[in-house]
Design a binder for this molecule. Structure first.
Ligand SMILES: O=C(O)CCC(=O)C(=O)O
Ligand SMILES: [Fe+2]
Length: 219
């Protein structure tokens, strides 16, 4: 059979466009953590933030709790954000586009890092300012078949150091990283490996977080 000729501009050199770089994949393996800027462009970030504000105005966000089931409680000294879960079937356009981006990220993590992620859930969180934060925690217990990867996208245009609200993360090699939640920035880490904390926030702070699981995981 005759092979199709290569067409310039059809596929980039080296095959389909990849979302993650080799360095990011390597960092996720070695440090369980990486940060990438520009995961979504400014216009999409601004529109997603506006859509979250409209959800807040419609009182669709509620105080986040800690723990699940019988231990669930709202404890705003531990965790001061307002949240809702993002249902792609009902999402407004920019938030639906953000959801698709997280889906592409899942596919890429599976293809490049063999993470076996089937299922993910996406949470929208807004910290109101006034010193709200989230105490040090891990998103999954080590070795449990629960959350495998966490990806956090920030939507805060014009973030200033005096706004606080950095993500502080303790890496396995002892390094402590501080990440400013600037618009379009994505943080990805292995959910059971990285204790982290949202430092007190003195301006409203928006984040969208995806947690990726394996199909067999107990919810
Ligand atoms: O917004 C952040 O930077 C992190 C939030 C977080 O740790 C969580 O929701 O589990
Ligand atoms: Fe967390």
């Amino acid at each position: 059979m005759k092979r199709l000729p290569k067409r310039a501009g059809w596929l980039p050199e080296g095959g389909p466009q990849r979302l993650l770089t080799d360095d990011e994949i390597r960092l996720l393996g070695e440090s369980s953590f990486f940060v990438r800027d520009g995961f979504v462009d400014e216009a999409l970030a601004a529109e997603a933030r506006a859509e979250i504000d409209r959800l807040a105005e419609a009182e669709r966000l509620r105080p986040a709790g800690i723990s699940r089931g019988m231990n669930y409680r709202v404890e705003d000294r531990v965790r001061g954000d307002l949240i809702t879960w993002l249902d792609p079937a009902e999402a407004t356009p920019a938030l639906a586009a953000v959801h698709r981006r997280f889906e592409e990220l899942r596919d890429e993590l599976n293809q490049q890092a063999y993470m076996g992620l089937d299922y993910f859930e996406v949470q929208i969180a807004q910290y109101p300012g006034g010193g709200a934060g989230y105490d040090r925690h891990v998103d999954a217990f080590p070795g449990s078949p629960n959350r495998r990867a966490t990806a956090i996208l920030y939507l805060n245009e014009g973030w200033q150091p005096e706004h606080g609200g950095v993500l502080r993360a303790w890496l396995p090699d002892g390094e402590v990283r501080e990440v400013e939640p600037v618009s379009g920035r994505l943080v990805v880490f292995q959910s059971d490996q990285i204790p982290h904390q949202v430092m007190p926030t003195f301006a409203p702070r928006w984040a969208v977080t995806a947690w990726y699981r394996h199909r067999s995981a107990v919810i």
